[in-house]
Design a protein around this ligand. Sequence first.
Ligand SMILES: [Fe+2]
Length: 213
Amino acid sequence: MSFNFKQYDINDLAKEFSNKKVIKLSGLLSKEDLIFFKRKIPEIMSYALRKDFLMPQTSYTPRKMTVVNGSVTNNQAWLTTKYGNKELIKTLTRISGSKVRECDNLIENIIITRLHKKNDTHGWHYDDYPFALILCIESPRIKQGGFVEYINKGKTKRIYLKEGDGYFMRTDLVHHRVTPLKDDCVRTIINFTYAIANTLVVPNGSADLLLTN
Ligand SMILES: [Fe+2]
């Protein structure tokens, strides 16, 4: 099994996911994975793009963040083997109740995003693709911001991620963002994007604006 899913009751996760369309996965990464990922990230960040603009497709919410897109990540076997792991995809299928498949867009299937300057934020949006599995590699302290916020039944909810935590979200149905950093500090995540079998995704162009030059 890829990642630490054995520690969870998958039926409980499926119930929670069906109710809220998002689940936090505390301690998803093993210590070994976290140490390894942290060692690999710096070399990959040398290919990162800096983004600072208002996204037209999402009511001009801000993107102040640093991103690495699939043109880089898909050349990294340590990422692609985890991303395409059959057991992982089966587990996500059980949790979501939909037949999960890999994302066919090789720019946004595996993304790394980093917030690292004061006021960096990934503003409110929905995604084109239905699922994101997020792995937190570097996290600010609670008082430094950089929370995941999402709307559930009209209420704003928050998820605080420690290094090694993750979450799984129905990103095309749940409105979500990452709140601005209050200081210069580092928040780095790996975003695995997934789709639903036999379901076509029609991109609105926002992913290209965010992820490419
Ligand atoms: Fe998103």
